[in-house]
Design a protein around this ligand. Structure first.
Ligand code: C2E
Ligand code: CA
Ligand code: CA
Ligand code: CA
Length: 279
């Protein structure tokens, strides 16, 4: 029994060691990737239903791993968040999105708003407002052409602090959207205190919109809630013409999804803006 106990103990520590090492290696790999520039951005068009025009785009990060190939954000954002590396990675995303947007404008293309996802870890950092200001200064992009997407759950964590930070950035001209709306536990009375321009209906309510009456009810309710609070409402994950028609009929302002375009490389956005490529 003594022997077995010792074996178990050894097995346990070995397994634990390798698990810890696995995580440390992954963090190290991520850190190297950030300094080595292994990331790029894709942009997904957002279409205004009244005009049919692409009015904004969402920046979505991708990791070009030298061995593993393209890695989707779902597979590295959680580690980036828990390790804190989301702060330097997020800075890169923000700076690159601003730089790219400014370069389209400098090329004489119609001005767009670029939307950037922000994690709680970034947003709650005391240097966050400066980081955003720095990205705007570096790029020369007008703050009115930048929108930050914050999730509902991030906002509900520390409401007073969130409102104060948002107001500081509002003063610069930066706008905000609430991402994944409907999936967190919103304090509806708090919603009116956030300086938010747009509500993004989570794609989980859109996928069965044509067949599920409850989803339709939720979507219709979110649209009227947002509009009554003088926000624009955008639906994400729109994949079919049928979903689009339902959203249109219910007065949704804007849409984003594979039905219009997948997230694409910057030059594709450039040719969409130049009118060479239909959205
Ligand atoms: P999200 O912010 O909710 O972004 C929307 C996701 O839905 C994107 O996945 C997009 O490619 C996908 N999508 C768009 N249209 C459709 C559609 O019609 N159907 C379906 N099924 N999916 C659609 P992606 O690019 O894999 O990003 C996943 C998540 O990773 C994002 O979800 C966001 O939470 C996070 N993320 C991506 N880029 C960044 C970033 O730069 N910073 C941070 N903090 N998070 C990011
Ligand atoms: Ca988003
Ligand atoms: Ca979303
Ligand atoms: Ca999401």
């Amino acid at each position: 029994a003594k022997e077995a106990g010792r074996d178990n103990f050894q097995f346990y520590t070995t397994e634990m060691n390798s698990r810890v090492h696995g995580r440390l290696n992954q963090i190290e790999e991520l850190r190297t990737a950030i300094s080595g520039g292994e990331f790029h951005l894709r942009y997904q068009p957002q279409i205004d239903l009244a005009s049919g025009r692409m009015v904004s785009i969402e920046a979505l990060v991708r990791w070009d791993h030298p061995v593993k190939g393209l890695i989707s954000p779902a597979d590295f954002i959680p580690l980036a968040e828990s390790s804190g590396l989301i702060v330097p990675l997020g800075d890169w995303v923000l700076q690159e999105a601003c730089r790219q947007n400014k370069s389209w404008q400098d090329a004489g293309l119609a001005p767009l708003t670029v939307c950037v996802n922000v994690s709680a870890r970034q947003f709650s950092d005391r240097t966050w407002v400066c980081r955003v200001k720095h990205a705007l200064d570096l790029s020369g992009l007008d703050a009115g052409c930048l929108e930050l997407e914050l999730t509902e759950s991030l906002l509900m964590q520390n409401m007073d602090q969130a409102i104060a930070t948002m107001n500081d950035l509002r003063e610069l001209g930066v706008r905000f959207a609430i991402d994944d709306f409907g999936t967190g536990y919103s304090n509806l009375s708090a919603l009116k205190s956030f300086p938010v321009a747009r509500l993004k209906i989570d794609k989980c309510f859109i996928s069965n919109l044509a067949s599920d009456d409850s989803d339709l009810g939720i979507v219709a309710a979110i649209i009227s809630l947002g509009q009554n609070l003088r926000m624009k409402v955008i639906a994400e994950g729109v994949e079919t013409g049928e979903q689009l028609e339902i959203l249109r009929r219910n007065g949704c302002d804007e849409v984003q999804g594979f039905h219009f375009s997948r997230p694409v490389a910057p030059d594709v956005i450039g040719s969409m803006l130049a009118g060479h490529h239909p959205v």
